[in-house]
Write a protein that binds this ligand. Structure first.
Ligand SMILES: [Zn+2]
Length: 104
């Protein structure tokens, strides 16, 4: 288990957990039931945390998180020449195999 992300809110945590799950990365959200404690606990203690089960998924997870945090990047998805997987335009490397984005 490894923590890869501290979300600013539960919606972000769920959205990201869903995206990681779709990519085959097993993950868990911690602190998801802590939102009601705001005001009683130090603020940072109630931020939902995203943990991946397998640390070998860390690089892919972090890549997806980086893309998730830059929603401004828009454009057509690109297809990985190595594994033919489709990637969002703002991914610098293929989420599936780590192949770098081909020159466009
Ligand atoms: Zn690939």
């Amino acid at each position: 288990m490894k923590r890869v992300y501290v979300a600013a809110n539960l919606q972000d945590a769920y959205l990201l957990a869903h995206q990681l799950g779709e990519a085959g990365i097993a993950c868990h959200i911690f602190n998801e039931n802590m939102q009601g404690g705001l005001g009683e606990l130090p603020f940072t203690h109630v931020w939902p945390e995203l943990w991946i089960v397998d640390e070998r998924d860390e690089r892919r997870a972090l890549e997806m998180i980086r893309a998730f945090e830059r929603p401004g990047a828009e454009g057509p998805p690109w297809t990985c020449p190595a594994c033919m997987e489709e990637n969002p335009c703002n991914f610098a490397v293929c989420w599936r195999c780590g192949h770098e984005i081909p020159p466009r």
